[in-house]
Design a protein around this ligand. Structure first.
Ligand SMILES: [Zn+2]
Ligand SMILES: [Zn+2]
Length: 210
């Protein structure tokens, strides 16, 4: 197996959505590498000065991971070089986020690869054993898949959706005072898993139980 395939195999085992899991892993690695190795890289500095910075979400992530010195160097450089004037193109629009862009590119590649791999029976077994994909990533893979894979994948995820619906119905039922004494089973956390299925959020936010 090649490296991207090994990464996908691991993601199918570990992720609440395989591609969300992979995206998060690659994102953390990218942020760590940038701040460990590129703080004094003139090209990266220039990119940041030209407005390819971070969206608020990724700025928050950067803040939680980068060290104080690196952050101070980068922030001081940007405060020196960025113009406040309202008339510039940069000032009118939000930051163009280099991490969002890199992530979108990575996921496009991975969605294409997964669509290809799911032609093979062994990859369908791997997919079935995992937790599948969130809806945004599912649609991305479907867009890149042949009709036969599209049919298989749609049927597979439909079953997962049905199972989730049953669990959610159990949660709703157990909020009725007549059934409140009943013990909870596999439906615990189903609302988190369902929100993840629909919108794709990071796995660690999904694993918190009730
Ligand atoms: Zn996802
Ligand atoms: Zn971003």
């Amino acid at each position: 197996m090649h490296l991207p395939e090994i990464a996908l195999e691991e993601a199918l085992q570990e992720g609440e959505c395989a591609l969300c899991w992979l995206a998060q892993k690659q994102l953390l690695r990218r942020v760590d590498t940038l701040f460990a190795e590129h703080v004094n890289d003139p090209q990266w500095r220039q990119l940041l000065r030209e407005g390819k910075g971070f969206c608020a979400y990724h700025a928050h992530l950067v803040l939680s991971r980068a060290d104080v010195l690196s952050l101070s160097i980068i922030a001081e450089d940007l405060l020196t070089h960025i113009s406040i004037t309202a008339s510039t193109k940069r000032a009118r629009s939000a930051w163009h986020c280099q991490l969002c862009e890199a992530q979108a590119h990575d996921m496009e590649q991975m969605a294409k690869l997964l669509a290809q791999l799911l032609r093979q029976a062994e990859w369908r077994v791997r997919y079935e054993a995992g937790k599948g994909l969130c809806l945004p990533h599912l649609r991305q893979v479907l867009m890149n898949a042949c009709p036969e894979v599209q049919t298989w994948l749609t049927a597979n995820e439909s079953q997962r959706w049905q199972a989730l619906r049953k669990q959610l119905q159990e949660v709703i039922r157990k909020h009725d005072y007549r059934f409140q004494h009943e013990p909870w089973g596999e439906e615990i956390g189903s609302w988190r898993r369902a929100m993840h299925k629909l919108y794709g959020v990071f796995a660690e936010e999904v694993h918190n139980e009730r």
